[in-house]
Design a protein around this ligand. Structure first.
Ligand SMILES: [Zn+2]
Length: 325
């Protein structure tokens, strides 16, 4: 088995069906191994402690088929008659859908955490498994940034969540986003800002609901926290995204990027002005931060060893300067 970006055909379609079933989110089943399928394969590899190269080879195949087999076995125990073959066909899909309906789960044909729990399955992870509960240590003390807020409302959006883990390497993006968001909110409140979050726990949310929350609350700025992903584990560094042509959005992006680079000291990848749901549909100055790469082992090590705190401080520094200059 050897499938990689660019491969097309029925094997890829089956792979996409299998990945989607196991909640790795390969997107549309179109038989075309594109970047989303690659991200899903990377997530599978990270979960099982395999080398994250985004190529679907024998080890990845064994890991994914193993997961599906466990689900098929559990369904059989629950009285569904299935062939245990480690591949998702109409029989398996029908069984899981009925099982979800019977057990009051959301009927999506995806075996996410809730369905796994109800089926009483634990998917074994490799020894060098991803950290699911992030333990974040403090960095060496730094001088806190200057300035205070004056009741301005900051809407913070921790990107991804629930069945959508985002970019995954040694850490899961959705968890990194939440850690930094909650810490940033705390720091902002200490400085006299008001804060509203789009989510404060591990839940899935539609992309369009996120800027809508900022708009409904009339936030002064919208800060969407993400972490980057790449097929290459070497990719590292910091960037900030804003909407093309938004003067204040660009000013906020510049100041936050400066703050992040000052505090974290990773490579400065610059500002990207582009059309992206969070910055496009919010009616106030808005940015998306990509503090570092979830797919870089080095960035992840940094993040877990004080980097998360420095990241929150860096964004705080940018926001303070934005409102005080
Ligand atoms: Zn993201």
């Amino acid at each position: 088995m050897y499938l990689e970006i660019g491969t097309m055909g029925t094997d890829v379609a089956q792979l996409q069906r299998d990945l989607n079933f196991c909640a790795y989110n390969a997107g549309t089943v179109d038989g075309d191994f594109g970047s989303q399928t690659q991200e899903a394969v990377l997530a599978l590899q990270a979960y099982h402690g395999l080398e994250p190269d985004g190529i679907y080879g024998d080890q990845s195949d064994a890991a994914l088929m193993g997961e599906i087999r466990l689900v098929q076995e559990a369904l059989t125990k629950n009285g569904y008659h299935l062939t245990i073959d480690g591949a998702v066909g109409s029989e398996t899909l029908a069984a899981i859908t009925v099982f979800q309906k019977k057990n009051g789960l959301s009927v999506d044909g995806i075996v996410g955490n809730e369905t796994l729990k109800t089926l009483d399955i634990e998917i074994p992870q490799a020894a060098n498994q991803i950290e699911t509960t992030l333990s974040i240590s403090k960095p060496t003390p730094t001088t806190p940034p200057n300035g205070t807020g004056n009741g301005q409302l900051v809407c913070i959006n921790p990107g991804h969540g629930g069945s959508d883990p985002g970019a995954c390497g040694n850490l899961q993006e959705k968890e990194m986003n939440l850690v930094v968001s909650l810490r940033l909110g705390q720091l902002l409140k200490e400085r006299g800002f008001s804060v509203v979050y789009t989510r404060t726990d591990d839940r899935w949310m539609a992309l369009s609901d996120r800027p809508a929350i900022a708009n409904e609350n009339n936030a002064d700025i919208f800060v969407s926290i993400h972490h980057n992903g790449s097929a290459s584990p070497e990719s590292s560094g910091t960037l900030v995204i804003c909407y093309p042509g938004s003067t204040n959005g660009l000013r906020l992006a510049r100041l936050v990027l400066n703050g992040l680079c000052n505090r974290m000291g990773l490579a400065n990848r610059g500002i990207f002005q582009r059309d992206d749901s969070d910055v496009t549909y919010s009616s106030m100055p808005a940015i998306i931060t990509e503090g570092l790469f979830a797919t870089s082992p080095n960035d992840c090590r940094f993040f877990s060893n004080g980097g998360a705190e420095l990241e929150a401080q860096g964004i705080l520094e940018g926001i303070l300067t934005y409102f005080n200059s």
